[in-house]
Write a protein that binds this ligand. Structure first.
Ligand SMILES: Nc1nc2c(ncn2[C@@H]2O[C@H](COP(=O)(O)OP(=O)(O)OP(=O)(O)O)[C@@H](O)[C@H]2O)c(=O)[nH]1
Ligand SMILES: [Zn+2]
Length: 321
């Protein structure tokens, strides 16, 4: 049989078969996945092949194989530096929630997130939440940001999770897909998800989870079916993705508007900093690309210190490892 992993607790996997039945599954033997040193072989979102084995009155699934992943997101283990933990896989899109104030979301955070998501091959939709609460200045800020990101090709939407504004549009975008919601603490992720599907109540679910017992509780991702042919992957305590290590000559490729100009740079290995006849810098001077984007680019390019900062910025997990 084949199915999708909805939940993983490290030793057990809850798998929904293509026929729509849930099975508790285990793995037998060692699973190796090429190119990744991972602390967990199977993640939420994985498509797996499994067999059923009778154990007393119960039927237990045994996972035999993982089908190729379209994408996956990882977290670097803090203590085992080279190990990674796969949080989830086969994600169609991520909704990045942004608020202007309360809390503020800066463009450097947005841009770093977009780079990671692009590197992971996951579509991002920019969701400006709390539009019910803004004064004229903040509304102008949203319009300014929307202009920048829509010009690059990102979809943007303004919503209010509490006033039920544009929630239907979000649901429409989610239909037929597997989505994640990310953003700083307090931007309204839980409120928005609960507005989309009131019966879900993610917070309560997390606390009452029987599998998450004991003092070494870690945050496990979980997939949920919604009532309108949509899936969400909830990753409690996770506000974004870990930054992926990107070669400095490749970084510009993850800024779509830079990538589009690259062939017009004089040097084909141009990193758009000090090189002469750089099409990106010319576009910058002509206001064809945004200074805030270029600033983010330089920050990411400038290296490790920022990367570390970024990591702590987004991996704001509640638990300690
Ligand atoms: N005015 C207004 N407030 C909102 C809106 N959405 C959420 N809030 C408020 O913002 C606060 C934080 O919302 P949460 O849904 O808990 O935010 P979160 O992103 O899930 O936060 P974490 O769980 O810490 O990651 C709450 O007090 C919400 O009522 C909105 O559209 N408008
Ligand atoms: Zn250049």
């Amino acid at each position: 049989m084949t199915g999708i992993v909805y939940k993983s607790t490290g030793s057990w996997y809850q798998v929904k078969s293509d026929e729509g039945e849930f099975y508790q599954c285990r793995i037998k033997g060692k699973f190796r996945i090429k190119d990744i040193k991972s602390t967990n072989p199977i993640a939420v979102g994985d498509k797996v092949v499994f067999d059923l084995e009778k154990k007393g009155d119960e039927e237990i699934g045994v996972i035999k194989k993982i089908l190729d992943r379209d994408n996956f997101i990882v977290r670097k283990s803090v203590n085992l530096s080279k190990q990674t933990h796969i949080i989830a896989s086969n994600i169609d899109q991520v909704f990045l929630l942004i608020t202007i104030n309360n809390p503020p979301t800066f463009t450097t955070f947005i841009d770093r997130f977009l780079v990671s998501a692009r590197a992971y091959r996951i579509d991002t939709i920019l969701v400006f939440n709390k539009i019910d609460s803004y004064e004229i200045e903040e509304r102008a800020e949203i319009l300014y940001l929307k202009d920048i990101y829509e010009a690059i090709g990102y979809r943007c939407i303004e919503v209010s999770a509490t006033q039920n504004i544009n929630i239907d549009k979000i649901k429409e975008m989610m239909t037929g897909k597997t989505s994640m919601f990310v953003g700083h603490s307090g931007v309204g992720k839980s409120t928005l998800v609960n507005a989309i599907e009131p019966s879900l109540n993610l917070k309560t679910k997390e606390i009452s989870d029987q599998h998450n017992q004991g003092k070494h509780t870690t945050t496990f991702a979980e997939m949920f079916d919604l009532s309108f042919d949509a899936k969400i992957i909830d990753t409690p305590g996770i506000k974004g993705f870990g930054v992926v290590d990107i070669d400095k000559y490749e970084l510009g490729d993850y800024f779509p508007e830079f990538f589009a100009l690259k062939e017009h740079c004089k040097f084909n290995n141009c990193i758009h900093t000090k090189e002469p006849q750089c099409a990106v810098k010319e576009a910058l001077e002509d206001d064809k690309i945004s200074w805030s984007r270029y600033k983010s680019y330089l920050q990411i390019l400038s290296g490790d210190e920022e990367k570390e900062h970024f990591r702590t910025d987004i991996w704001n997990e509640e638990d300690n490892e």
